[in-house]
Every structure is written in C-alpha cells, then in structure tokens.
Design a binder for this molecule. Structure first.
Ligand code: B4P
Length: 187
C-alpha cells in the first residue's frame, strides 16, 4: 500500500503519518523530517537547505526526489509507505509516478486533510510552544501557505484526474481524524 498524506502546512500530516506507521508497520517517508535530520547532523545537504526551510520556501525538486528514491527499497520491504509532505509540486508528483512505475508499483490513495486557515494558524502557535521549530512563526506560516496555494494545490486536480483523491475532514480531534483516515483506507 502506498499512501500520500496531503494538505496545507500544519494540517496534521506528520501526526497522522506516525500513527499509521505504528498501526500498520509501513515506512514513514517525510521529506520535512529528512531535511531537518540533515540539518541537525550538519551535513552538506543540511547546510544547503537550512535557510530555505526557515523561510518556508520549497527545497529543490531534485533534492527531495533523491531523498525519497533512496528510501523506496525500505518501503517495499515493509509492504508500504506513507508519503508525508511529498510530493509538493507537480514535478515531484510526476517523478514519483515514474519511479514507482519503474519498480512495478503505484500510489494507491491520496488522503487530503482539509483544515481551515484559522485553525492552521492556531496549530502553528501551539507547535511553536511545544517544539520551537524555527519555521513556526505566523509570518513564515503565511509564506508557507502562499507557497502551498501556488505550488502544491495544483496536485488536487492532478490526483483527482487519476481518481485517487479522498478528502478527509482534518478539523476534528487527532482521534477523529485518524478514524476518518482508517475509513478512507478501508481499514
Ligand atoms: P513539513 O515537515 O512537511 O511540515 P508541516 O507541513 O508543517 O507539517 P504537518 O502537516 O505534518 O503538521 P503536524 O502533524 O506537525 O515541511 C517543513 C519544510 O520542509 C517545508 O516548509 C519545506 O521548506 C521543506 N520541505 C518538506 N518537504 C518538501 C518537499 N517535498 N519539497 C520541497 N520542500 C519540502 O501538525 C501541526 C501541529 O498541529 C502540531 O502541533 C500537532 O500537534 C497539531 N495537530 C495535528 N493534528 C491536530 C488535530 N487534529 N487537532 C489539533 N491539533 C492538531
């Protein structure tokens, strides 16, 4: 099973991905986590992307596609993957389709978490207190939301045309959203 968790910044993709991975044993492929880990480890890649992440801009397609490709064998061994925060552009989606096809795989379902902008802003403020991520300021969040609308929202018609998009209400509690995702996955 290959599942994409899709939605605006702070919609709860990472929160739900972690739960699905614990429950079903799939591999969690979060490009955000991979980039933050590279920064923490002080690698060349980490240095290259640090300022981009802090501004709330997108890292280049080439970088994130390479990060994902590297982890696909692990996902195949585990019997599935949760793509969290990837793809974020049409170019990333096309590259993912192509690389999966070359391995005899495909995306099965795209879960879109629907959360209104006021709630997204409340979650930024909450996570800023809990985790202190440098990109969790209201100003950076506004840039991230604009970037989402311009670069990532075009993936909605892309996956609709493949008949893979399922909309899930992301406004409820973490447990309610989890139950809706399970239903969408037929679990
Ligand atoms: P990500 O790490 O993907 O960050 P995110 O969109 O903020 O998080 P998410 O939706 O997972 O929210 P979470 O569960 O944490 O990206 C960070 C940066 O990396 C990007 O800006 C970009 O620079 C770069 N990047 C990553 N992928 C890229 C790509 N493919 N291409 C280019 N650049 C890329 O939840 C947020 C908060 O809400 C938490 O505090 C959580 O506790 C809370 N919450 C969750 N669910 C809730 C619920 N139901 N009710 C109340 N609160 C909830």
């Amino acid at each position: 099973m290959n599942v994409i968790l899709f939605g605006p910044p702070n919609a709860g993709k990472g929160t739900q991905a972690k739960r699905l991975v614990n429950e079903y044993g799939w591999v969690h492929l979060s490009t955000g986590d991979m980039l933050r880990a590279a920064r923490k480890a002080g690698t060349e890649l980490g240095k290259q992307v640090s300022a981009i992440i802090d501004r709330g801009d997108l890292v280049s397609d080439e970088i994130v596609i390479a990060l994902i490709e590297e982890r696909l064998p692990d996902a195949e061994a585990a019997g599935g993957a949760i793509f969290d925060g990837f793809p974020r552009t049409i170019a990333q989606a096309e590259a993912l389709d192509k690389v999966l096809e070359s391995r005899g795989k495909k995306i099965d379902v795209v879960i879109r978490l629907d959360v209104d902008p006021d709630e997204l802003t409340r979650r930024v403020e909450k996570r800023a207190k809990e985790e202190g991520r440098p990109d969790d300021t209201v100003e950076v969040f506004k840039n991230r939301l604009d970037t989402y609308e311009a670069e990532t929202a075009p993936l909605i018609p892309y996956y609709e045309s493949q008949d893979k998009l399922v909309n899930v209400d992301g406004m409820g509690s973490v447990e309610d959203v989890a139950a809706s995702i399970d239903k969408a996955l037929g679990r």
